[in-house]
Design a protein around this ligand. Structure first.
Ligand SMILES: [Zn+2]
Length: 287
């Protein structure tokens, strides 16, 4: 439906303004066929004005490449409504038992965000679950949009990175809700996962998270990329030594060594015939 409305809009814009095909934000490639096709059909022998419903005219007149959503099906299936996410059973994960040789690389935080890591993951067609701070998401909606468009699953890492067990019930909810609002502005839904800052959690945090629609996701392996004296090789070895299907691997967007370590990790995963997937794919494959 949206697509046909878009095409109809394009046709109108195209016919009025052939010299400025870039008048709108629509890619040139998509605008071209819409601008030329109507002219071609106008030269047909029939003089009767043909009334064709927009929806049915579109496929034959505009063989445009459909931009397929890169968001994995399991991510879409797991997403909750926003802002009306239902309560769920308290649950937490650090590792799973998938049927396939899947692992999940999960990226946390925070500025400074090294976009080379995202380039690298995109180039290797790898989609991950990322836990973003709401304060970062609010500052960098462009970044959230890029992640979303690339098919990443964007989950909650609180607004300001506090130790949640130290907060009151109300403060915990506020941290989650404020952050989710900034993320959902782009995603329009709620990924059902919370990574508590510092991995600090307890029964109360778990219960409140569940009432807000979140499962707690910890990790079974880490790059250790926030520690002092790290090198890419150390991060790589820590993450990969003994890695197994089902592992949830933690690293961060903004650490110096993460980019170089990620290159090594990606190579090693390929060698071990392990596929990096989002959490929702890993969880769906483990049921
Ligand atoms: Zn963090």
């Amino acid at each position: 439906m949206l697509a046909s409305v878009l095409v109809a809009t394009l046709m109108i814009a195209g016919s009025d303004d052939v010299r400025q095909p870039r008048a709108s934000a629509v890619p040139v490639a998509a605008a071209k066929p819409a601008a030329t096709k109507p002219a071609a059909s106008g030269t047909a022998s029939t003089s009767k004005p043909k009334v064709v419903p927009v929806g049915s005219a579109e496929p034959s007149s505009a063989p445009k490449p459909k931009p397929r959503s890169k968001i994995p099906k399991a991510v879409k299936n797991a997403a909750l409504d926003y802002p009306d996410a239902p309560s769920i059973e308290p649950r937490s994960y650090a590792k799973l038992e998938p049927k396939h040789r899947y692992v999940a690389i999960t990226l946390d935080d925070g500025l400074p965000f090294d976009e080379r890591i995202l380039d690298l993951l995109e180039d290797n067609d790898i989609r991950c679950t990322t836990f973003l701070l709401g304060s970062v998401a609010a500052d960098r909606p462009d970044l959230v949009r890029r992640l979303h468009k690339s098919g990443f699953e964007i989950a909650n890492h609180t607004w300001s990175h506090p130790g949640l067990p130290n907060l009151s019930d109300g403060e915990i909810r506020e941290e989650l809700r404020r952050s989710q609002k900034a993320i959902s502005k782009v995603t329009k839904n709620q990924a059902p996962y919370l990574r508590p800052p510092y991995g600090a959690t307890d029964q109360r945090v778990k219960q409140i998270a569940a009432e807000e629609g979140y499962q707690i996701v910890m990790w079974s392996r880490t790059f250790g990329d926030t520690g002092r004296g790290q090198t890419p090789e150390k991060c790589y070895r820590r993450a990969m030594k003994g890695v197994q299907p089902g592992d949830v691997i933690l690293c961060h967007w903004g650490q110096d060594d993460t980019y170089e370590a990620m290159k090594l990790v990606i190579k090693q995963l390929k060698r071990k015939n392990l596929k990096a997937v989002t959490l929702s794919e890993l969880i769906a494959d483990s049921q």
